[in-house]
Design a protein. Structure first.
Length: 139
């Protein structure tokens, strides 16, 4: 069995962003030479997420609205976590809702997706350098 590891570096301009990283994951898969196996993609930060869904503008706005209702950023005083001097208590909760990682089957050297599925990075406390791990195992 072979193993391949790659890190993506993400620098967001906004505090909250949803970014399609499918192309970068597909590039890593091609670099790996692995034809059959599994591809893990995970956010290496506790205020970011990796998830699978459709790339549709209305859905992205729905996500943003829904997440802000579930864990609003303001007032920052509502989060005990922010008593440490942070202002990102909401970002930790948003990450928990959206998930840490995804695993996608690799078949015939391709990501084995269902219809419309793509991989996304969700940033909830951005404007600084963050990393995403891609780990591919197989043959």
């Amino acid at each position: 069995m072979k193993s391949y590891r790659k890190e993506l570096v993400i620098n967001t301009k906004e505090r909250v962003e949803l970014i399609n990283i499918t192309d970068q994951v597909e590039t890593a898969l091609a670099e790996s030479g692995i034809k059959e196996g599994l591809c893990l993609v995970n956010a290496m930060h506790i205020t970011a997420s990796v998830f699978i869904n459709d790339h549709e503008r209305g859905l992205w706005q729905d996500y943003r609205n829904w997440l802000e209702k579930l864990a609003p950023h303001e007032p920052t005083s509502q989060y005990y976590h922010n008593l440490t001097g942070e202002d990102n208590g909401d970002a930790h909760l948003k990450r928990q809702i959206m998930g840490r990682e995804v695993v996608v089957a690799v078949t015939g050297g391709k990501l084995d997706f269902g219809p419309w599925e793509q991989i996304f990075y969700g940033e909830f406390d951005g404007r600084r350098r963050k990393r995403v791990l891609i780990k591919i195992i197989g043959e």
